[in-house]
Write a protein that binds this ligand. Structure first.
Ligand code: GAP
Length: 509
């Protein structure tokens, strides 16, 4: 890949930079503990971000719990008996291979670092360490990043170069893995458990060790019998949960995409083995459609079935719902047929019976589990990336000007309506305040602004993703109407001042 690839890569990097800057500038997402220099892998949601995130979680909860009679909710504790994590396999196996740079001491996930070496005979023409990028092969990345002297050599020897490429967790004999930052040598790969440890009680010894949960799923498996015993649901049925999960990721990256503290929204759907394939397909397709219905265009969204070799040892099938972020195509949610693996493991380790007895068929069995497991923060980030738009719109003087807008689906938008008086006099602020109070009382999120030129106020709301802006003007006092402006089309309707809530509700859906 030549110049074209470089331009493309940098413009996408630039886009991510603009999105991160907007998130901070407008109060969507801040770095955690920023006044102390931040802390890698942790993020805070500001006033707009928290509304966006809450809307997303509420819509998920409405759609998968409240509107269905076969799924119930749960809110389990973050810290569980450590035996849970032994049974689930997390204590023994929840690890990533890790390498350190001997020179600059940076630490990486070994399977994401590639070393590329191009030789002519014994001469090394180019050697570099690069971080994996879902858009570009490691070799393309080396070519793009090569300085002019190296580039010249590569071009000169083009047909004679023998390329060797390997990841830092699979280094061939007689080769050395290189650091992508300083080209120093990397250590051999070591396993690194991703669970955060803590201790319970006053004593800190091996008996007090506990873990912050790395997934919400195990809280559901451990309560599956409690739910069966206390509610009316019977297989096929699901238990849904939204909650924090913690993973000591080696390389938190791509803004909130890979964080150390994040939220999951998970369903464990329990069914008979003979129905598992049917439910798996149902959930895979339903969850994919859910994102599209909320505004992720299908051209950026992808449903990818895992190859047999990619499947976790307990999964019979698995698909990833992926989104084309500015930094590459990456997973938003996984849908897996986890078989009866987890319940069987908990039965084995706890000694408690995990079977279900079907009164109708007189069959006793351990249900199979279909798991749609999504990341709240990743979904929020995808909706933010999708919403970010630059276009041109006329300013107060009718001149076209660049504007940035966040085209959130109205259901997701943090603020649904903004209300402005055209000018800060002639009774307009009072009339606008009255509409503002009515909208707030209706339960819609609303923002009142009377400061600055009206065009500037519109722009501010465009950046916040507010789908409707209501303006009180001179005509309001003649015929009790206001203008209502659509964020995306810029079209202004004139409607009765007391019909604002009705108008907005109809369009939010
Ligand atoms: N119970 C299954 C499970 O936890 P996973 O693929 O490891 O499966 C599910 O995680 C989802 O959680 C992912 O699709 C992703 O959206 C989110 N997730 C996982 N690790 C994350 C991280 N470090 N930061 C943000 N989200 C993460």
């Amino acid at each position: 890949m030549g110049k074209e690839g470089k331009t493309d890569l940098s413009s996408r990097d630039d886009l991510m930079g603009k999105i991160v800057a907007l998130c901070k500038r407008r109060g969507f997402i801040f770095q955690s503990s920023e006044i102390y220099g931040g802390i890698n892998g942790f993020w805070d949601y500001g006033p707009l971000g928290v509304e966006l995130k809450r809307n997303l979680k509420n819509i998920w909860w409405e759609d998968v719990v409240r509107k269905r009679d076969d799924i119930v909710g749960l809110d389990a504790a973050i810290i569980m008996n450590p035996k849970v994590w032994e049974a689930s396999g997390h204590v023994g196996g929840f690890s990533d291979p890790m390498v350190d740079c001997n020179k600059c001491k940076a630490r990486f996930r070994a399977d994401r670092i590639f070393t590329v070496i191009g030789r002519v005979g014994d001469d090394v023409i180019v050697s570099a360490g690069v971080e994996a990028d879902s858009d570009l092969s490691a070799r393309d990345k080396v070519l793009i990043e090569a300085n002019s002297k190296t580039r010249h050599k590569i071009d000169h020897y083009r047909d004679q170069i023998k390329w060797v490429m390997f990841s830092a967790d699979k280094v061939p004999p007689n080769e050395k893995a290189l650091c992508p930052l300083c080209e120093g040598e990397l250590t051999e790969a070591r396993k690194f458990n991703l669970m955060f440890k803590t201790s319970i009680g006053a004593m800190e010894d091996s008996s007090s060790v506990a873990y912050l949960r790395p997934e919400t799923a195990q809280g559901i498996f451990c309560n599956y019998k409690n739910v069966l015993d206390t509610s009316r649901v019977r297989p096929p049925f699901g238990i849904a949960q939204i909650g924090k999960a913690f993973r000591n990721e080696i390389n938190p990256r791509n803004f909130t995409f890979r964080s150390r503290e994040f939220e999951q929204m998970e369903i464990e759907f329990f069914c008979h083995e003979s129905d598992a394939d049917k439910w798996y397909e149902y959930w895979r397709d339903a969850r994919y459609k859910w994102y599209i219905d909320l505004g992720l265009t299908s051209s950026r969204l992808r449903l990818r079935d895992h190859e047999k070799e990619e499947l976790a040892h307990y999964a019979a099938s698995c698909a990833d719902i992926e989104y084309d972020f500015p930094f590459g195509i990456s997973e938003l949610e996984g849908v897996a047929n986890r078989t009866d693996y987890d319940l069987k493991k908990h039965q084995e380790h706890s000694g408690k019976d995990m079977t279900y007895f079907d009164d109708q068929t007189k069959e006793r069995y351990i249900p199979y589990v279909i798991e749609p497991s999504g990341g709240v923060d990743r979904a929020v980030l995808a909706f933010i990336c999708e919403a970010y738009t630059e276009d041109e719109a006329p300013n107060d003087k009718g001149k076209m000007q660049k504007r940035v807008l966040m085209k959130f689906h109205p259901r997701l938008a943090p603020i649904k309506v903004a209300v402005f008086p055209l000018v800060k006099k002639e009774g307009m602020p009072e009339a606008a305040r009255k509409i503002y109070d009515d909208v707030l009382a209706s339960g819609l999120t609303c923002f009142y602004d009377e400061k600055g030129a009206i065009g500037r106020r519109y722009r501010r709301q465009d950046e916040a993703g507010t789908p409707f802006c209501v303006t009180v003007d001179g005509q309001t006092f003649e015929d009790q109407t206001v203008t209502i402006r659509d964020r995306d089309s810029l079209k202004q309707d004139r409607i009765a001042a007391d019909k604002v809530v009705e108008y907005v509700r109809e369009r939010i859906g």
